[in-house]
Design a protein around this ligand. Sequence first.
Ligand SMILES: [Fe+2]
Length: 376
Amino acid sequence: MTTITKLESKVKELSKLLEALKELNAAIDLQDIFQGILDQMVMIAEAKEATLWVLEKEKNQIVAKASSGTSTESLPTSTLSIGEGIVGKVVKTGEAELITDTENVINSSVAYLSPRSTSILTVPLLAKGQIIGAIQLNDKKDGGHFDTRDRELAVILAEQSALSLHNSQMYDELYKMFVSMIRMLAEALDARDPLTKGHSERVARYAWLIGKRMKLDAQDCFELYQAAILHDIGKIGIEDRILRKTTGLTESEYELMKTHTEIGARILSAIQPNRFFQKSIDTAMLHHERMDGSGYPKQLKGEEIPLFARIVGVADAFDAMTTVRTYSEGMSVREAAAELIRCKGSLFDADIVDIFIEILENCSYDLQSFPKTDAV
Ligand SMILES: [Fe+2]
C-alpha cells in the first residue's frame, strides 16, 4: 500500500468516527461544553461561583478550564496535581466533598479557595467509570450553606454532564487527528513535486486570511482552509513526467494536467460521509474556473462558481505567480498583485481580489510578515 493510499484510508476511517461521534451530539467547541455544564450546575445548586477542572492524564495535572461568577485567572492556581487541594482530592478519590467548616480547610494544605468562601461543594466528573475532572462550587447565592441535597443533585448532574464532556473530548482529539491527516495528505502530494513544495499550505493560508477578512464564521473558515489545502489533491493522479516537467507543457500534456480537477473531486468524493467534504470536493473540481467562463473543467461563469472555489482561485494564482519554478523566475509580490488587479472581474472575483490586496497592503507586500493562521 502506498503512503497516500494508507493516508486516504486513514482519513476515511477517521471521518466515519467523527460522524458517529457527531450523532452523539458532540460539539466541536469544547469550551462551550465546559461553560454549558458549569452554567447548568450553578443554576441547579444556586451557587455564587464555580469552576470546572479537567484532568489531563498525559501531563498528570488538573487544569481549570471554565468558571462562572469568577474568572479562572483570579484563582490562586489554575493547575493542580492529582491529590492537591480539594479538587485534587476529589479527582483522586472520585468522592464528592461537601465542606461547610471552611475555617479549618483554608488553613490546611487543601486550600486553593477564595478565603471568602464559607461553603464549598466539589463533585467529580465521572464518565464510564473514569474520572475526567471535577466541578467546584463556592457559596450559595442566598448566603446559606450547601447541604446533602445539593450534593446529591450536583453528583447526578455531574454524572450526566461528564458523559457528554467525555464524548466531546474524544471528538476534539479525533478532529485534531483528522486535520493532521488532511495535512499529511497534502504534504504527500507536495513531496511528489519538490518545485511546488508548500504550495497547498500557502494557498490554504491565503484563502483562510481572505475568508477571515470576509467575516466568514469559524466553521466556514476551517472548511475553507481544508478545501484550500486539498485543492490540488487530484495531482496525485497525474504522471510524474507531466507533473515534474520543468519545461512548458505541450497541448496534450496540458489537457492531461487539467484533469487533476476531476481526479481531485473523485478522490474526495470517495471519503464517506462526503458531506464533511462537499465544499472541498467542489473546490478541487472548480478552482480553475474563471469569472468570464474561460476556465476549466466546466466553463462556469461569475457566481456560478462557488465562493470557496473563487477564493482558492485567487490564492492559487497568487502563489503560482510568486513561486520560483524552474521554468519561471517568479514575480515579486507587487507584480503578482498588479496582475490580480489587471485580471479582476475577467478572470478573478473583483471583491475577493480587493480583499486580498488589502491583506497584502496591511503587511506592506511582505509575505514574511503575513499573519499566521490559527485555522488548525
Ligand atoms: Fe489546481
